[in-house]
Design a binder for this molecule. Structure first.
Ligand code: NAD
Length: 357
């Protein structure tokens, strides 16, 4: 891997599945980062991962890693309910933060974190890796620069019954530990909540990335034969209509994508499971020349690209490309609004929603 001279020294918190299948490798391959330290309370996992990835330091205690002055930034790859408290600790220790999505599990804790982030000059990024997919980034530029006023946006995230058959083939074998620290109860037991937080966070983030701020939404949920389908009607702040489809799982292939209709053009995209490292197939049509444009996006390792973007923002002061704290709070509000709207049957304004999913 070709490395730049100045590397951001990153400490990764969590040696669980996401660190093993994405962040350790991505950090080692990123042109401007070094996997400086890793941390996990589970010593067996920590030792195994240290043997494979050879960080310069390994910590069982998060506080000890934060106390290491050589660690410039932390990547937080632990369970959702831990994100906010552990991100707050990192900020208090003066570290830059890249935290996994979703930002948190309720609106209030995310707002509180936003207040803390605003008081620092540290870079704060959320691991919504889709925006580092060059197809999706191309679509966004095209929407902003070419297609004028937006009429409507559709986006969907439909997980597949066969997802794990596909991903098990693509990902390295994940090591597990009985000593891993997990939140109380089983966060995956309540499927409505778990699916909105884990998959819905990608969907609302992509819809906002392409369509801008959401003002309000109304959601319905149909639950049958162990499958869940949320259809969400969105009003974007810019006046466009939106339709989001979150269906888990469909009896078919994984499907993620979007269509955007504008005054002077339109855009459509098919997004692949990120583990294929294949850029989204995006076609952008402009009435200006009556032609479609389609980017190649040869480097589609979004987990690596998000670390490179994070490190560039810290080391070179380049504008932050990934989701920031405001995006994380807005996504949390959208997810809470979906849950609230399903409960009440009413349209919910994102600015007024409280609580969790
Ligand atoms: N961006 C994506 O595409 C994507 C994909 C999958 C998962 N995720 C996200 O990644 C996050 C983590 O997922 P996971 O499955 O790896 O989690 P996990 O809970 O299985 O593993 C987390 C690890 O962190 C350790 N840990 C937790 N708290 C700690 C602490 N305070 N100090 C030291 N170690 C601690 C645990 O012992 C465990 O080994 C979730 O928020 C999930 O939403 C993102």
């Amino acid at each position: 891997m070709k490395k730049e001279e100045r590397l951001l020294r990153i400490g990764i918190l969590g040696c669980g599945p996401i660190a093993q299948i994405a962040h350790f490798d991505a950090c080692r391959k990123a042109r401007n980062a070094e996997l400086y330290a890793i941390c996990d309370v589970a010593e067996d996992l920590l030792l195994k991962m240290a043997a494979i990835h050879e960080p310069r330091a390994s910590y069982r205690g998060y506080d000890d890693m934060l106390a290491d002055p050589n660690v410039e930034a932390v990547l937080i790859g632990v369970a959702d309910p831990f994100h906010v408290p552990l991100a707050r600790k990192a900020i208090a220790a003066g570290k830059h933060v890249l935290v996994e999505k979703p930002l948190g599990v309720n609106v209030e804790e995310c707002e509180e974190l936003r207040r803390a982030v605003r008081k620092t000059d540290r870079v704060f990024q959320i691991g919504n890796n889709r925006c580092f997919d060059s197809g999706i980034a191309f679509a966004r530029r095209f929407i902003q620069e070419e297609i004028g006023e937006l009429l409507a946006l559709k986006a969907w995230y439909c997980d597949s019954t066969y997802r794990y058959t596909m991903t098990d083939n693509l990902q390295p074998i994940v090591r597990e530990s009985k000593n891993a620290r997990r939140p109380e109860g089983n966060p995956k037991a309540d499927k409505r909540r778990y699916f909105i937080l884990t998959h819905g966070s990608h969907l609302v983030d992509m819809a906002r990335f392409l369509g801008g701020e959401m003002a309000s939404l109304r959601a319905r949920l149909c639950e049958k034969f162990g499958a869940y389908s949320w259809f969400v009607e969105v009003e974007f702040a810019g006046g466009a209509l939106g339709h989001l489809d979150l269906t888990i799982p469909i009896r078919g292939d994984f499907q993620e994508g979007f269509q955007v209709y504008g005054e002077k053009g339109s855009v459509q995209g098919t997004v692949y499971l990120p583990w294929f490292h294949k850029s989204s197939a995006v076609e952008c049509f402009s009435v200006k020349d009556g032609q479609f444009r389609r980017p190649l996006g040869e480097d589609a390792y979004t987990y690596k690209l998000q670390i490179e973007g994070f490190a560039d923002a810290i080391l070179k002061g380049t504008p932050q490309r990934g989701a920031g704290i405001d995006d994380g709070v807005a996504a949390m509000r959208a997810m809470a609004a979906i849950a609230r709207s399903v409960q009440t049957g009413e349209s919910v304004k994102l600015a007024e929603v409280t609580g969790g999913v």
